[in-house]
Design a protein around this ligand. Structure first.
Ligand code: PMP
Ligand code: GLN
Length: 378
C-alpha cells in the first residue's frame, strides 16, 4: 500500500536510544530522567491497583485529577478551567497534540510551525490534510521573529503551534513574546497550540509565561502539558490539554477514538500527589543545578555551550571539532566516546545542520560527570 508518510522514518529518539543501548553508551539523547520518580507517588499507584482501580477511567480523565489540574492552573496562571468542559487527560502530551491537531485541521489548512520543533507536530498536521508552514527561529538565541511569522500568515492559516520552554533549544518565551503573539492573532480566527510540557523547567529566576495567563490567547488555545516531565515519569504517558469548551468537545471526539482513556491507577495516584506543591515549585532549582553541574563539568572541552534558559536539554556546538553532518557526528560519538546525543537537524523539516547536538541533563551527577569526561576528550 502507498505510505501516508513516505518521507518519515523512525523517530530520532528511538534511533539514538537504540544505538546507545546497543553500544552501552551513556544515553543523553532521548529526554528522560535516569533517576526514579518520588516514592510516595509509586506507593499511591500500587495502593489504587490493590484497591481495584484497574478498569477504564472516564473518557475525559478521572474527575479528581481534572479538578486538581484546574486548581493548580488557577494557582499558577490565574485561570480556573472548568474540569467538566475544559480539561482532558490524555496518554501523554503526544496524544493531546495529535488529538488537538486532528480536531481542528482540515484539508487545505495551513499550520505555522516554528523550527526547530518537536518531531510529532508535522506528521499530525499532514495526516489531517494540512500543510505545515515552517518559520525558522532566529539564531543565535532561537528567538521568534514575529514579523516573519506575520508574513507567513495567510487566509488559509488555521493554527499556529508554539512550544515554551522550547525543545530542543531551551529558549523561553517572554511576556513580550506572548503579548506580541496575542496582538498578531487578534481579530483572526487562527487557533493556537501552546506546548508547555516543560512549564516547570525555567531557570535563572525567569518565569514561564503560559498562554492561559493571556485572555486573548486562552480563548483560542489548546494548552498542553505532561506529567511525564514534571514527575519524572515519562514512561507513564499521562498528559492533558486545557482548551475552551468548544475546542475541548472537538478534541475529545478524537481522544475517544485514539485511546478512549488513559491509565486509571496512574491518574488517581497523580491526582493525590498533586497536593505536594513543593515538588513542582522546587523543580526549576533541581534542574538548574543539573544544568550548571553539567556545564561546569564540560569546562575546558572544545564544545561550545549554547545557554539553556529552560527544559532539561543543553545544546552544544561542535564546529571547532568536526565539520561532519550532525547526524553522522552524533552516531560517531556513540562509537568513539560512548556518549549519545540528539542531532538538532532532526528537528528541522529539511534537516538543516547547525553543527549542534542536544544533551539531556535529567541525569544523576555520576552520569553527567562520566559523559562530560568523555566529551572533554574531543
Ligand atoms: N512536546 C514536547 C516539546 C516534548 O519534548 C515532548 C516529550 N519529549 C512531548 C511533547 C511529548 O510528551 P509525552 O511524553 O507526555 O507524550
Ligand atoms: N520528548 C523526548 C525528547 O525530546 C522524547 C519523546 C519520545 O521519545 N518520543 O527527547
Amino acid at each position: 500500500p502507498e505510505s501516508k508518510l513516505p518521507d518519515v522514518g523512525t523517530s530520532i529518539f528511538a534511533v539514538m536510544s537504540g544505538l546507545a543501548n546497543e553500544q552501552q553508551a551513556i544515553n543523553l539523547s532521548q529526554g528522560f530522567p535516569d533517576f526514579n520518580c518520588p516514592e510516595p507517588l509509586m506507593q499511591l499507584v500500587t495502593k489504587y491497583m490493590h484497591e481495584g482501580h484497574n478498569q477504564y477511567a472516564p473518557m475525559p480523565g478521572v474527575l479528581k485529577l481534572r479538578e486538581k489540574i484546574s486548581l493548580k492552573t488557577d494557582l499558577l496562571y490565574g485561570y480556573l478551567p472548568n474540569p467538566d468542559t475544559e480539561i482532558t487527560v490524555t496518554s501523554g502530551a503526544t496524544e493531546a497534540l495529535f488529538a488537538a491537531i486532528m480536531a481542528v485541521v482540515t484539508p487545505g489548512d495551513e499550520v505555522i510551525v516554528l523550527e526547530p520543533c518537536y518531531d510529532s507536530y508535522a506528521p499530525a498536521i499532514r495526516l489531517s490534510g494540512g500543510t505545515p508552514v515552517y518559520v525558522p527561529l532566529s539564531l543565535p538565541d532561537f528567538s521568534v521573529d514575529w514579523d516573519l511569522v506575520k508574513s507567513r500568515i495567510s487566509s488559509r492559516t488555521r493554527l499556529l503551534i508554539i512550544n515554551t520552554p522550547h525543545n530542543p533549544t531551551g529558549a523561553v518565551m517572554t511576556k513580550q513574546d506572548m503579548d506580541t503573539l496575542a496582538n498578531l492573532l487578534d481579530g483572526t480566527d487562527i487557533l493556537l497550540i501552546s506546548d508547555e510540557v516543560y512549564e516547570h523547567m525555567v531557570f535563572d529566576g525567569q518565569q514561564h509565561h503560559s498562554a492561559l495567563q493571556h485572555p486573548g490567547l486562552r480563548e483560542r488555545s489548546f494548552v498542553i502539558s505532561s506529567f511525564g516531565k514534571t514527575y519524572h515519569t515519562t514512561g507513564w504517558k499521562i498528559g492533558y490539554a486545557i482548551a475552551p469548551p468548544i475546542l475541548t468537545a472537538e478534541l475529545r471526539k478524537m481522544h475517544q477514538f485514539l485511546t478512549f482513556c488513559s491509565v486509571t491507577p496512574l491518574q488517581l495516584a497523580i491526582a493525590d500527589f498533586m497536593d505536594d506543591q513543593q515538588h513542582y515549585l522546587t523543580l526549576p532549582d533541581f534542574y538548574q543545578a543539573k544544568r550548571d553541574y553539567f556545564c561546569e563539568q564540560l569546562k575546558g572541552s572544545n564544545l561550545e555551550i549554547i545557554p539553556s534558559a529552560g527544559t532539561y536539554f543543553q545544546l552544544a556546538k561542535y564546529d571547532r571539532i568536526s565539520d561532519k553532518y550532525d547526524l553522522e557526528y552524533a552516531k560517531q560519538l556513540v562509537h568513539e566516546i560512548g556518549v549519545a546525543a540528539v542531532p538538532v537537524s532532526a528537528f528541522y523539516h529539511d534537516k538543516t545542520d547547525h553543527k549542534l547536538l542536544r544533551f539531556c541533563f535529567a541525569k544523576s551527577e555520576n552520569t553527567l560527570k562520566a559523559a562530560a569526561d568523555q566529551l572533554k576528550k574531543l
